[in-house]
Design a protein around this ligand. Structure first.
Ligand SMILES: [Fe+2]
Ligand SMILES: [Fe+2]
Length: 244
């Protein structure tokens, strides 16, 4: 029922599919939405209550618009943060949540031996993680500070190296089709990722937020740049810095 029509657009046809099944389908598509991506939904009934229920499950992470053309409704669903992020720290905190969800899905699929699904979600996560780390390491760190030699910024850089390495290990596991260790490696990485994000949000992000607030114009530029980068605008540079 779901098909990729063009890059960054996922078409989801929920006509003739009851809410009990349509809800989980919409949920699993919506929870992976990245910046610059949208779901185009077709449905044969008013989708507002389905969309509201999905938004509730996703802690309000999506926004949407609905049009009605004679018995067939079409809805476009996008990440709410795309329009509403207050600043770069707000956006990165949301992206943590998104990466976590993706990785939890990789782990669940790996545990259930659904290897192809695990790999496809992992590839989304892997490029998303590298965009995120690129932004933090090379753009925000040098501008907003936090202690490059010693301090939360130094800790962040160190932990990023480890998370990138562990993720590369997962990537190699898929490449070599050596799936026996996959759930164990994924479980370790999932823990490292959650710990890192938590530490970052509690120690470094308050410093960045304060520094960012001191220059309104720069803050707006950083927010635009981060949206574009997380949406894939600089993938050539990102992949050069963090090869597969
Ligand atoms: Fe982060
Ligand atoms: Fe980070």
């Amino acid at each position: 029922m779901a098909a990729v029509a063009e890059p960054n657009t996922l078409s989801l046809d929920l006509r003739d599919i009851a809410d009990a099944k349509a809800g989980p389908m919409l949920f699993s598509a919506a929870q992976r939405l990245g910046l610059g991506q949208k779901i185009v939904l077709q449905i044969d009934r008013d989708p507002q209550s389905l969309l509201r229920a999905t938004a509730f499950q996703l802690r309000d992470a999506i926004s949407w618009s609905v049009s009605d053309a004679g018995g067939v409704w079409q809805a476009e669903v996008r990440p709410r943060k795309e329009a509403e992020a207050r600043d770069v720290v707000d956006l990165l905190t949301w992206d943590h949540y998104r990466l976590d969800r993706q990785f939890a899905d990789v782990l669940a699929a790996a545990n259930a031996n659904r290897v192809a699904e695990a790999e496809s979600i992992f590839q989304d996560y892997w490029i998303g993680l590298r965009r995120h780390v690129h932004m933090e390491n090379f753009i925000l760190g040098p501008v907003l500070g936090g202690g490059e030699k010693k301090g939360p910024l130094a800790d962040m850089l160190f932990e990023h190296d480890s998370i990138i390495q562990q993720s590369r290990l997962v990537d190699e596991t898929f490449l070599e089709k050596d799936y026996a260790m996959l759930p164990a490696i994924c479980a370790v990485l999932s823990g490292s990722l959650a710990k890192h994000e938590n530490r970052e949000e509690n120690t470094l992000f308050p410093i960045w937020q304060a520094a960012n607030n001191q220059d309104k114009l720069r803050a707006e530029e950083l927010l635009m740049q981060t949206k574009a980068l997380l949406g894939g605008a600089d993938d050539a540079i990102v992949k050069e810095r963090f090869p597969d």
